[in-house]
Design a protein around this ligand. Structure first.
Ligand SMILES: NC(=O)c1ccc[n+]([C@@H]2O[C@H](COP(=O)([O-])OP(=O)(O)OC[C@H]3O[C@@H](n4cnc5c(N)ncnc54)[C@H](OP(=O)(O)O)[C@@H]3O)[C@@H](O)[C@H]2O)c1
Length: 249
């Protein structure tokens, strides 16, 4: 695997990816906006797992910051073997009640950054003939929950196309499609977590472990847990008008 670059490493799934990858003995590059949290995590990983943890603070909605992360991804002297495009959030509420500038920033992080980092990362990996890209989508990619679902559907479809393009060249692409996971995601978006039944929640450590196993196997779609495999299968066969109806209610 070599060095892994993880976006959104300051909390939730990204922080857990950093921990589990470091536990496996790999160096990590930690990307997010919150420098203090990244530095605290880097100290923890270096002390606990004796790996090198590099901090690369960046706001992925800003093109200059994104360019710095692309530059790090294409380093020849210190190559990145695994790119985890994980950073993400949602702008909660009905689309027409949200501000369009907030939607544009969201799109930049959820779509633009994933596209540019995958482009830079995959090209560099192809030169070496090995590497892996893990893009975090969601089971929401199969639903109609506003721009969040649309962005995650984009990530899923994009990753499938990328995987086909990379097939047989030593580089893989995987889309992770988890259900609900306890992280800071819902609090940041002012979503009331108590309205979501306990059975719907997945443990962050389990999701990350399953995702990394699927990356090792070169799987294109990773859907952790039997529960969510069933949910995804049902969502794929339900008529779209039924899904729209459920979402509307
Ligand atoms: N939690 C769930 O139920 C769930 C389910 C399916 C998919 N997902 C997806 O999983 C991914 C990780 O989310 P999470 O659940 O771990 O949420 P989280 O705990 O809120 O973590 C989100 C991460 O994204 C980073 N981030 C947000 N905006 C950024 C920006 N403009 N530039 C750089 N980094 C940014 C945050 O760091 P800073 O604030 O420090 O920048 C943070 O590290 C997201 O793509 C999310 O859509 C989550």
């Amino acid at each position: 695997m070599g060095t892994a670059l993880i976006t959104g490493a300051s909390s939730g799934l990204g922080r857990e990816f950093a921990r589990q990858i470091a536990w496996r003995g790999h160096d990590v590059v930690l990307v997010a906006r919150d420098r203090e949290r990244l530095e605290a995590l880097a100290d923890e990983l270096e002390l606990t797992y004796r790996v090198r943890a590099e901090v690369l603070p960046a706001d992925l909605s800003l093109s200059d910051d994104l360019a710095r992360v692309c530059e790090r991804l294409t380093s020849v002297d210190d190559p990145v073997g695994l790119l985890v495009n994980n950073a993400g959030y949602t702008v909660h509420g009905r689309f027409l009640r949200t501000e369009i500038r907030d939607q544009r920033s969201l799109e930049a992080v959820m779509v633009g950054a994933v596209m540019e980092l995958s482009h830079a990362g995959a090209r560099a990996m192809l030169v070496r003939g090995r590497g892996a890209i893990l893009n975090v989508s969601s089971v929401a990619s199969l639903t109609t929950a506003g721009t969040y679902s649309a962005h995650k559907a984009w990530v899923r479809t994009f990753t499938e196309g990328l995987a086909a393009e990379l097939d047989g060249k030593g580089v893989t692409a995987t889309a992770l499609c988890p259900g609900f996971v306890h992280t800071e995601f819902h609090k940041r978006a002012n979503i009331d977590e108590t309205r979501i039944p306990e059975i719907a929640w997945l443990d962050v450590r389990y999701v990350v472990r399953a995702a990394l196993e699927d990356v090792n196997k070169g799987r294109v779609i990773s859907t952790p847990s039997f529960r969510y495999k069933v949910v995804s299968a049902v969502l794929r066969i339900l008529p779209r008008r039924v899904i729209r109806g459920i979402q509307h209610r």
